[in-house]
Design a binder for this molecule. Structure first.
Ligand code: ATP
Ligand code: MG
Length: 307
């Protein structure tokens, strides 16, 4: 597999404080890769260094083989990015904003502008002024702008921030489309584990500027993988007792009105059957791989205190 983004001992120190501590990992062509970490973990700082908005104190970043330290122009030419709020002219239309950016990127033709508008689904409103856009529409315009020069690598810092569930889903679908159909490498950050699991092929967990772990999202489920099962069931207390009486090893408990228990994957049907046969109404079932959730909770734990 082709490595499109390589972080090599990336370090950032500001006034003797180490903000990013020796990060090294590879991201491959066509994959959606996530940075997961709590507030202040260093996601934005890492992205700012990758896209050249901030200098590295040590280490290097290679984009499609080009070093951002030694061949910045070439390296950055492979990248489209949205970091913080993309700059837009509110009194111009979406289309005029794109035209303006197209003028600044060599080789972008009018047909490409129409293509990206289509791609981000903004056609109906593209000739309206940006000041009349909703947050989601601005996000789409930002994305269109980042895609204009057909970058090989797209980098988005918290792309779903402030979007409604529909908007989040749409962003997720575009990003998947871009990686599958155009072979684009997509890097996104988030502080939500569930979002990373839904959006990414792989993601790394960052805490206090350090790489804690890299996870594969689509690994085959081992039948014996321990799962945290969360069941929306009514009546929940009766369900809890039923499980406790039948499977005392599962340690069922009621959390936020739902039944929770640890169970291995292959035994989930048994649990559901027991509930249904026991006259409990099951409204929903969710599973979370325990090791991952626990790992992330340990990181974001400590009462949610920022360190
Ligand atoms: N210019 C700066 N000067 C001093 N400290 C900074 C600077 N920029 C970032 N930091 C610190 O670096 C750490 C990482 O910040 P960063 O913005 O990268 O976190 P993040 O993971 O993006 O968090 P969030 O989820 O809140 O966006 C924080 O402790 C922050 O205070
Ligand atoms: Mg951030």
């Amino acid at each position: 597999m082709e490595v499109t983004v390589r972080l090599q001992n990336v370090t950032k120190k500001i006034k003797n404080k180490t903000i990013i501590d020796d990060l090294s990992f590879d991201v491959f062509g066509g994959e959606i890769f996530g940075f997961l970490g709590p507030n202040g973990a260093g996601k934005t700082t890492t992205i700012r260094m990758i896209v050249g908005l901030m200098k590295l104190s040590d280490g290097d970043v290679f984009i499609c083989g080009d070093s951002i330290k030694h061949s910045f122009e070439k390296a950055i030419g492979h990248v489209g990015a949205i970091v913080e709020n993309p700059e837009m002219y509110k009194y111009l239309t979406g289309y005029d904003n794109l035209k303006h950016y197209a003028r600044m990127s060599p080789g972008v033709e009018k047909s490409r502008i129409d293509e990206v508008i289509e791609l981000v689904g903004l056609k109906a409103r593209i000739h309206d002024k940006v000041k009349t856009y909703s947050l989601g529409m601005r996000q789409r315009l930002g994305l269109a702008q980042a895609l204009l020069h057909k970058p090989k690598v797209l980098i988005l810092d918290e792309p779903t921030n402030g979007l409604d569930p529909q908007g989040i889903r749409e962003i997720r679908d575009y990003l998947k489309e871009l990686s599958r159909n155009e072979g684009m490498t997509v890097i996104v950050s988030s502080h939500l584990l569930s979002e990373m699991e839904m959006m990414c092929d792989r993601f790394c967990i960052i805490q206090n500027g350090k790489l804690i772990d890299i996870q594969n999202t689509h690994e085959e489920e081992a039948e014996t993988t321990a799962k945290m099962l969360q069941v929306q069931v009514d009546p929940v207390k009766k369900a809890c007792k039923l499980i406790a009486d039948t499977f005392p090893d599962y340690h069922p408990e009621v959390v936020d009105g739902a039944l929770r228990l640890q169970v291995t994957y292959d035994l989930i049907p048994e649990v559901i059957k027991l509930l249904v046969m026991g006259d409990c109404a099951v409204y929903g079932v969710e599973t979370v791989t325990i090791s991952l959730e626990e790992k992330f909770l340990q990181i974001t734990g400590a009462g949610g205190q920022i360190q």
